[in-house]
Design a binder for this molecule. Structure first.
Ligand SMILES: [Zn+2]
Length: 305
């Protein structure tokens, strides 16, 4: 299995004390190392996605605005929660490029599964704007990269981050070849697209306090029939770990075992429809210990351990 990551993803920093901080990625990488999993992974450095590539998912005026705003020093705010400094756009282009590279490698048969340990995250970034710590929609770039392959007509994006994947929905709401399933605490940030009615968008809202057992039942109820109808040839995953009960930003009650469970379910679904092919990318998760342990459980389950 492939692991895509890049040291430059650690250089993007927002305001002091911001929860989406470099230590998140370090915690994941250090735990993969400490548990011995890292030595079983083939680690690759991604290439940065360029403007032409990103224009498949983002409006060109948004991409141009980002380039104009990128500062030589200090920070520029893109929204109340998201800012860019001098290294940020390159880090974001590597994070998006990682998912695109991972998809290409998996479609070429170099591996069946890949995890992209990258930041900034991506699933809140809409076609025309940054939002919620996200600059480019990394998983969306993976989906369009897959669909550029003539052998791929249907893909699915499964998003179990505690926040709704509004950016991914925004980008694919009129592209029925992409199934987007998102579970999320509700009502909760980002309060967008939760009432959308499209056959390819499956929303699974969960009240604050939802247990692991209730989460599992909701996923089985909503996602399995949608996957059976869609029959994706590749499954992409927005892997956020902020639904963990220790997470400081949200109020769901999942544990490491629930992230292992959903990953095993995703692998089973990929075996049924997609020749086992799964490309996952890191989204949220803000308690460093819970994040590191949950992301490692996710990786181990993707590896089949
Ligand atoms: Zn989140």
């Amino acid at each position: 299995m492939l692991l895509f990551t890049h040291a430059k993803c650690l250089e993007h920093e927002m305001t002091p004390g911001h929860p989406e901080r470099p230590d998140r990625l370090l915690a994941v990488l250090e735990h993969l190392e400490a548990t011995g999993l890292m030595s079983e992974l083939e680690v690759r450095e991604p290439t940065a996605a360029d403007t032409t590539t990103l224009a498949q998912i983002h409006r060109i005026d948004y991409l141009q605005t980002l380039t104009q705003l990128a500062p030589e020093r200090g920070l520029v705010a893109l929204d109340p929660d998201t800012a860019i400094g001098p290294p940020s756009l390159h880090a974001a282009a590597l994070a998006a490029g990682a998912v695109a590279d991972a998809v290409q490698a998996v479609l070429k048969g170099e591996a069946r599964r890949a995890f992209c340990a990258v930041r900034p995250p991506g699933h809140h970034a809409e076609a025309g704007g940054a939002m919620g710590f996200c600059i480019y929609n990394n998983v969306a770039l993976g989906a369009v990269t897959a669909l550029a392959d003539p052998g791929v007509t249907h893909v699915a994006i499964l998003d179990f981050d505690v926040h709704h994947g509004n950016g991914t929905v925004d980008i694919f709401k009129d592209r029925p070849e992409v199934l987007v399933c998102s579970s999320f605490q509700h009502p909760f940030y980002p309060h967008r697209y939760t009432d959308i009615d499209r056959g390819n968008i499956v929303n699974t809202p969960l009240p604050a306090g939802t247990s692991g057992a209730a989460f599992r039942a909701a996923i089985e109820r909503d996602w399995l029939s949608a996957l059976e109808r869609h029959r994706p040839q590749l499954i992409l995953v927005s892997a956020g770990f902020d639904a963990h009960r220790l997470d400081p930003l949200a109020q769901l009650e999942l544990e490491e075992a629930d992230f292992r469970w959903i990953t095993e379910l995703i692998v089973d679904q990929a075996e049924a429809y997609a020749a086992g092919r799964v490309v996952s990318t890191l989204e949220g998760g803000y308690d460093l210990v819970a994040l590191a342990q949950s992301a490692t459980a996710h990786t181990a389950a993707l590896m089949g351990n």
